[in-house]
Design a protein around this ligand. Sequence first.
Ligand SMILES: [Zn+2]
Length: 379
Amino acid sequence: MDWMEYEFPCLYCGDRERPRTAEHVLQKGLGAEMILPEDVCDECNTKVFSPLDGDLIRYVRTIAYCDHPDVRVTRTFLQEGHPLVLQDGAWISVRVERNTRWVILPQIVFLGGGRLQVSLDTSAGKDAAVALLANMQKELAEPSTLNPLKTTIVDNRQSEVAIQPALIRSAPRKYCVRAHTREAADEVAADVATGRLLANLKSLSAADDRTYERPGVLTTLSVNLGHIERAVAKVALNFICKIAGPGTARNPAFDGLRAFALLPILDGKNEFVMKCDRAEADNASFLSKLAVEGHHSLALLSAGDIPCVFLALYGRPFMLVRLTSGPAPGVLPQNPAVVALFDYRNKTHEIVSATDAPLAFIRRFFVRPSDDGRPNEVR
Ligand SMILES: [Zn+2]
């Protein structure tokens, strides 16, 4: 790309020359489409922020909101970081249902040394599980009729027991290979295609067939928790840039926050670590009113001259971020109260400002229809 100079330096690293890429204010993976077209350089965007965004999304989907119905329906089958449980030395892929119920996916785990283990959910009764296994054998006998095998590569580094390759059935004739390397996945795929897997499966003695009850062991997912706070800090500064303008977002008062978003927490002492407060966001009743069903909310507010951004995801309070370590009067307009509501189902958003339209703001967040359909009095 030709050399060119942008009107503003990169919001994070201050670079003026590197190409810019569109930065999503709130992570695209959450269904949000608000962008900063040229405030963030390519390097910050892809090298620094992409892993943070990935961890935030993984954390939201697989831990913090795994019981949320909207998260469940948008979950892709066996996304990277999908839940695994360790049971008697074998890793088993599971699916998370509402209310965090875990269900074993039908699967054949390659334990090594030619040993296989069949894991099936038995909550519908032993007969159903046996019938399912017979069905799988029938399907595997005709590998050419199967849907193309999907592959998911799992990160093996953080588990003490190596995550074994497995063939997982997601739907009739639909299978997925889980492995920690591409080569191991290819081996499983070859075993399926050549019928070797089926032959090995049939040679299992009855005693080796094992079905498992619902697992009770939950393993940790490979999510870097520091990344989540940094990703949220970045969302907060992106939002300032979008709402209060690129000049305001580059105010040196936010340099601490900028550094926090950019750099790993080296000694655990970064002052902004403690400024992201989940409990506070949960407890403040004013803030919780900004969390709207079917939406993510981003709210810019000021508390005692400390600029704050409140983030609610899937209609539930998530985090409150203080953007400066102390009062920073004059950095933001007087008493700002601007909320962006992201309709994640339709990928649209609207901005509601208490300053520009106070009545609409109050109606939107503080007046709930009563049972007879009439709005309540404003309290
Ligand atoms: Zn940059």
